[in-house]
Design a protein around this ligand. Structure first.
Ligand code: PLP
Length: 473
């Protein structure tokens, strides 16, 4: 019997993870907070926590299929390897981009066929390659000759994809420093692969994570075309194009509007009618995949943090504000309060360092009362965010503050300058939206602190019911 959506907690929880409920993120936040008494709870009882709305991932998938129906998404597991996220994606039929043995195992454990995995790391440990071979993971990327020798030795039947270097200067996280063969080195790589009797089937690239210029994709597809011609010259029949990651939540359609026509232009003879499979006698039949990570999970997770301490007035004014604050945010606003919250740079907010993001706190409770209104866009009126404009500052009596993590290190500063309402107290809660990508996966337990746990919802309404049924499959 299909359970009613309201009490959807019947899915067997993955060990160590919370069950899944239904309803909005807002509802989950209220529910969790209702059970926490910050004045009475046990140690860790007021820990920061995520709420994940799995329906958001489902909606992102529909959006992908609408805009890029020819490009099969292989979710980049590294971005957020949450077991329910992987389970939902598996049920929706995506493939998976795995970077390590552990990620491959996590995906195989879901019962996903190894044919739905690309081992998309051009520099792999030999033992991981042997493991991939033993589990029939038969597709991987390379960008150097040493990797070819390794593949010959440990997994000679693997299909290989040459990862080329593209222009990543329009991205928040540039990967070209570390990976990608420059085009002029590709003929030499292909010659070596031929000599070793290895099977190179196509080309991959990554324009960099957080790509903000859709044109980078057009240029990269052009370079891939050049590499395809090099493949033909080396005696290979390429039929595989992997356009990597870099897709954002906000600019996805504009990227798709560039990427789709670029594929048409540079691969005009590709046969998409065949479902992307190469067809005998049609050497340019193309199978196209992508490796989106951030795109799928960015907006699906919010993080609630508790204000565990504050230093005010003179206590805070003594603290030097960095040059960055003075230069970027204006020296006129010196933080009057230093808030200390129970998640920081060493944990979920590692994204501030590694992913180069600025995070925006919103007020979840004010003077212990719930005031969050998620439908109001940041910075919002009822729940002012860190970047409220002048009018809002006046209306809300906002106060310049800085926000710090819970560790004893002074680098652990989440925002050097934000504007939050004066009534905020120790024990109040903040919330950060869009915290699904590159957060939990790289969080440490530095200072003996626990990682923030995730609460789950399938969402409400029709989407919620679909997601619930997908998870129950
Ligand atoms: N593929 C590879 C090889 C990567 O290294 C990454 C991110 O580092 C991704 C895909 C995912 O990128 P994004 O999250 O920008 O989509």
């Amino acid at each position: 019997i299909t359970p009613p959506l309201d009490d959807f907690d019947v899915i067997k929880p993955v060990s160590g993870h919370a069950p899944i409920y239904a309803g909005s993120i807002d509802l989950q936040l209220r529910k969790v907070l209702a059970d926490i008494d910050v004045d009475e709870c046990e140690a860790n009882g007021e820990n920061a926590f995520f709420v994940a709305n799995l329906a958001e991932i489902y909606r992102q998938h529909l959006r992908w299929m609408r805009a890029l129906p020819r490009v099969v998404p292989f979710y980049a597991v590294k971005c957020n390897p949450d077991p329910y996220v992987l389970r939902l994606l598996a049920a929706m039929g995506t493939g998976f981009d795995c970077a390590s043995n552990g990620e491959i195992q996590a995906v195989l454990n879901l019962g996903v066929s190894p044919s739905r995995i690309i081992y998309a790391n051009p520099c792999k440990a030999a033992s991981f390659v042997r493991h991939a071979a033993a589990h029939n993971v038969g597709l991987t990327t390379f960008d150097n000759v040493d990797e070819l020798y390794k593949m010959k030795k440990f997994h000679p039947g693997c299909k290989l994809v040459v990862r080329i270097l593209t222009d990543d200067s329009k991205s928040a996280c540039q990967l070209g420093l570390k990976f990608g063969a420059p085009l002029d080195s590709v003929p030499r790589l292909l010659e070596k692969a031929k000599e070793l009797d290895l099977d190179v089937v196509g080309v991959s690239f990554h324009v960099g994570s957080g790509c903000y210029d859709a044109d980078a994709f057009r240029d990269a597809v052009h370079r891939a075309r050049v590499a395809f011609d090099m493949g033909r010259d080396a005696g290979f029949t390429f039929d595989f194009l992997d356009v990597g990651g870099g897709f954002g939540h906000d600019n996805f359609e504009s990227v798709a509007e560039v990427l789709g026509p670029a594929i048409d232009r540079y691969f005009p003879d590709a046969d998409f009618a065949s479902g992307g499979k190469a067809v005998p006698g049609k050497p340019n039949g193309l199978r196209i995949i992508a490796e989106p990570g951030r795109y799928y999970v960015h907006s699906a997770f919010v993080l609630a943090t508790n204000i565990i301490a504050a230093r005010r007035g003179e206590e805070a004014e003594e603290a030097p504000s960095s040059q960055e604050v003075a230069a970027v945010e204006g020296a006129r606003d010196k933080p009057e309060v230093m808030y200390y919250q129970n998640d920081g740079l060493y944990a979920s907010f590692n994204c501030v360092i590694f992913d180069h993001v600025t995070v925006y706190p919103k007020v979840l409770t004010l003077d212990r009362k719930y005031v969050y209104r998620p439908e109001i866009p940041s910075p919002g009126i009822v729940a002012p965010g860190a970047d409220a404009d002048e009018a809002e500052r006046k209306a809300w009596s906002l106060q310049p503050c800085s926000i710090w993590g819970p560790t004893c290190d002074s680098i652990d500063c989440v925002r050097e300058l934000a504007h939050l309402p004066r009534g905020l107290e120790v024990g109040d809660w903040l919330v950060y939206e869009n915290m699904g990508a590159y957060t939990i996966c790289a969080a440490s337990t530095f200072n003996g602190l626990r990682r923030s746990e995730v609460r789950y919802t399938v969402g409400g309404g029709e989407d919620g019911a679909v997601v619930r049924d997908l998870l129950l499959q």
